[in-house]
Design a binder for this molecule. Structure first.
Ligand code: BTN
Length: 327
């Protein structure tokens, strides 16, 4: 379930700033004072910071703009609008990726799932993805690729580039953005977004692709560890996630519609401009193995090229790379 209209109406009032007493809110919205109290308690339980004062009423600690399709659609390009997109909004869900993976997907249909909060958000390597209420973007997109999963090598890098392009388009500083192979997005040397792509082979050369994006938008320093950041932290402002979601979808649509090998080659060339690891001393962990060397970009498949101490070059198609200085 997405946020109720009553909850949205209360948030709308509180977003105007200052304190709002329960009776005033009740009269404006047309429900009882007790119902207002219940809604406020519910929002607080989800993690929204609302200050309550017996005399003065309720006040939002920071503005909160809920995710809302009506606020996203005006920013979508015609190319996106002409697609058959099914939108799913949730106030909370275990994982937006898991939700889309469980759904039947028709050909030429796109599914997009957004949640204010994930209770079991998942990252790469089976890690948890911290997903507090109302602060960040937790978005999954799924579509049916007409081909085998083997034809999707490199897709994860291309998606990383598309997310980065969307952020540049939104107004972030392109010079400060980078992609850490394969697709972690860095801003000012700190991770700001992660991508989890899950493929499931269907019959007749069809592959369901679920692309999950976690982007830190309004999360503050207290909630973030040192090597992570958010858009709000770097810009000093609270951002409307609806506008950013539209930029993400516009950018993804550009590359995913008719995705093919030619497109991949072009996108992978552009990817190299943002290579966070290039010429750096790195180590790559894959299962129990660790490979150390100097990162030398990617090959045509999107595999990472590593130059070993003996001068020999090897490639790596999966694994977790880290800078030696990060350790
Ligand atoms: C990473 O480990 O860097 C990838 C993180 C991906 C997180 C996103 S949030 C939306 C979607 N749903 C999930 O459970 N995970 C992805």
């Amino acid at each position: 379930m997405s946020l109720s209209d009553t909850a949205k109406a209360i948030i709308d009032k509180l977003n105007k700033g200052g304190c709002h007493n329960g009776q005033g809110l009740a009269d404006d919205i047309g429900i009882t004072r007790n119902a207002i109290w219940k809604q406020i308690e519910n929002l607080k339980a989800k993690g929204l910071e609302i200050r309550s004062d017996k005399q003065r009423g309720y006040e939002l600690v920071t503005p909160f703009i809920p995710l809302d399709s009506k606020m996203i659609k005006p920013y979508l390009t015609d190319r996106v609008i002409e697609q058959d997109i099914h939108w799913h909004f949730f106030a909370d869900i275990d994982s937006t990726n898991r939700y889309l993976k469980s759904r039947y997907l028709a050909l030429n249909q796109w599914e997009i799932c957004l949640a204010e909060q994930q209770t079991s958000g998942r990252g790469r390597f089976n890690r948890d993805w911290y997903s507090p209420f109302g602060q960040n973007i937790y978005c999954s997109l799924s579509w049916m690729f007409l081909g085998d999963s083997s034809e999707l090598s490199g897709l994860s890098l291309v998606v990383g580039l598309m997310i980065l392009n969307a952020l540049v388009d939104y107004g972030l500083d392109a010079q400060a953005l980078a992609i850490k192979w394969p697709n972690d997005i860095y801003y000012y040397d700190k991770k700001i977004a992660g991508i989890l792509i899950e493929l499931s082979a269907e019959s007749h050369h069809q592959t369901q692709v679920v692309i999950g994006i976690g982007l830190n938008v309004n999360m503050n320093r207290a909630k973030l560890i040192k090597s992570w950041t958010s858009i709000c932290l770097e810009t000093g402002e609270v951002h409307d996630r609806n506008v950013i979601v539209a930029h993400l979808i516009n950018s993804l649509c550009l590359c995913l519609k008719d995705y093919n090998q030619e497109k991949k080659v072009t996108f992978l060339k552009a990817w190299q401009m943002y290579d966070y690891l290039y010429n750096q001393s790195i180590s790559v962990t894959k299962h129990d193995n660790q490979i150390a060397g100097i990162a030398k970009g990617i090959n045509e498949q999107g595999d990472l090229i590593i130059e070993l101490a003996n001068g020999e070059s090897i490639t790596c198609s999966s694994g977790e790379a880290s800078l030696k200085r990060e350790k």
